[in-house]
Design a protein around this ligand. Structure first.
Ligand SMILES: [Mn+2]
Length: 274
């Protein structure tokens, strides 16, 4: 698919979950290849260190890292603030890895001087900071549900039935039970406000959103690349936009159905109408 590359000042992405079954890796690659930016912020949970294993880590996952390092080499400032799933990277706080800066949090300065706090946000989510084991268990359960879901869809594809997604509703249900949405947002907003920021950019909860509060404070969530395929971009004038990237069909490149082939044959053999 060829698109005109998006030219912008900054790109914010989070929750890519490289190495997890659900990571929409082809879409991530497609997106990164189609943006040109001065700043790229990786807002945590980029690598899923909880669930990835040798056999799960594919070449495509390494390719994403390669693309990012390539962008850094070509002059994009790449800032990486790890999340809970890639918390092992937090040990490298303050380091620079092949032009990628690693910090617990970043301050992004907008063209008009506005300062935004950039942080993954898991430390403000009681369900993941206080009950980390439960979150970890949830991540593994989600992983297996997805494996089951993929197997199911392969079988359905063979029987020429449409794809179904049971993983997303299960995840939504679990999140609804364990996270209190407003609580998470409010804690994060309060923390950023207290420190004098004019907005906060986070990820973690997989709920993409740009919210402007009464006092012009911005709550921005970059979403994720497991369910939503979203990114937040900052245009050259400083305006912020949430973009939904069209997901590429990753796993099931099934042959066209015989019925479709027949239809195509029919269309092709029809005499041209003038
Ligand atoms: Mn997270």
């Amino acid at each position: 698919m060829t698109r005109k590359p998006i030219q912008c000042r900054s790109v914010f992405i989070s929750d890519v979950h490289l190495g997890a079954v659900g990571c929409k890796v082809a879409s991530v690659q497609d997106f990164l290849k189609n943006v040109r930016c001065e700043n790229l912020y990786l807002v945590g949970d980029i690598i899923d260190g909880w669930v990835t294993r040798e056999k799960r880590w594919k070449q495509e996952h390494s390719n994403i890292i390669r693309t990012i390092l390539g962008m850094a080499q070509e002059g994009t400032r790449v800032c990486y603030t790890p999340g809970n799933h890639d918390a092992f990277m937090r040990r490298l706080n303050g380091f620079e890895l092949g032009f990628v800066e690693l910090e617990h949090e970043f301050v992004h300065i907008q063209p008009d001087g506005k300062e935004l706090l950039v942080v993954h946000g898991d430390l403000f989510d009681p369900s993941s900071s206080k009950h980390a084991w439960l979150a970890w268990l949830g991540a593994w359960m989600y992983e297996y549900i997805q494996l089951f879901n993929n197997g199911l869809n392969k079988r359905r594809a063979k029987n020429r039935r449409r794809r179904i997604d049971i993983a997303a509703p299960v995840k939504r249900l679990c999140k609804a039970i364990f996270t209190r949405r407003d609580y998470y947002d409010l804690l994060l907003i309060e923390h950023a406000r207290e420190q004098g920021f004019e907005g906060v950019i986070c990820g973690h909860v997989h709920r993409p959103e740009i919210r402007r509060l009464e006092d012009d404070f911005f709550y921005i969530n970059t979403g994720d690349w497991v369910e939503n395929c979203t990114a937040v971009i900052e245009h050259f004038d400083g305006s912020l936009e949430l973009i939904y990237w069209e997901p590429l069909l990753e796993m099931e490149r099934t042959e066209p159905r015989p019925a479709m082939l027949r239809l195509r044959g029919l269309v092709a053999s029809r005499p041209e109408v003038r």
